[in-house]
Write a protein of this length. Structure first.
Length: 126
């Protein structure tokens, strides 16, 4: 079975956190569900869960809205126009920027883990 992620975990991973209360801003994801037909969570026992494919779509939507400053209408247009085909001809396209940012974030995470290992050393089990 594929791993599903709940709405709070997704909010935290997207850094959608209320700065005052430090709680996940799940309302943003629920709002995006209403705006973007591409987001269809699985609802089990009245809780929202997202597949990896859904998480990827939501990450792209967040990137376009927050990082690129696009409007919801603009993001809808990009999603409808099948941006993958557009990027075959334009390496500096929106999707390319998204993937660059995604790789940059993953690289930072890996680098932080390597630094922790160097600082504290690898635990030796006997």
């Amino acid at each position: 079975m594929k791993k599903l992620i709940n709405i709070s975990e997704l909010s935290k991973s997207l850094n959608l956190i209320n700065s005052k209360t430090k709680k996940p801003s799940n309302y943003i994801l629920r709002y995006w569900e209403k705006e973007f037909k591409e987001i269809k969570p699985i609802i089990l026992k009245k809780r929202r869960y997202y597949s990896q494919k859904q998480v990827d779509i939501i990450r792209l939507i967040k990137f376009l809205l927050k990082n690129k400053g696009m409007t919801i209408r603009g993001v809808k247009y990009v999603l409808k126009s099948n941006i993958n085909n557009l990027d075959d001809y334009d390496s500096y396209g929106l999707k390319a920027d998204y993937h660059k940012e995604n790789i940059r974030e993953k690289s930072k995470t890996i680098l932080e883990k390597v630094k922790k290992i160097k600082k504290y050393g690898k635990k030796i089990s006997h």
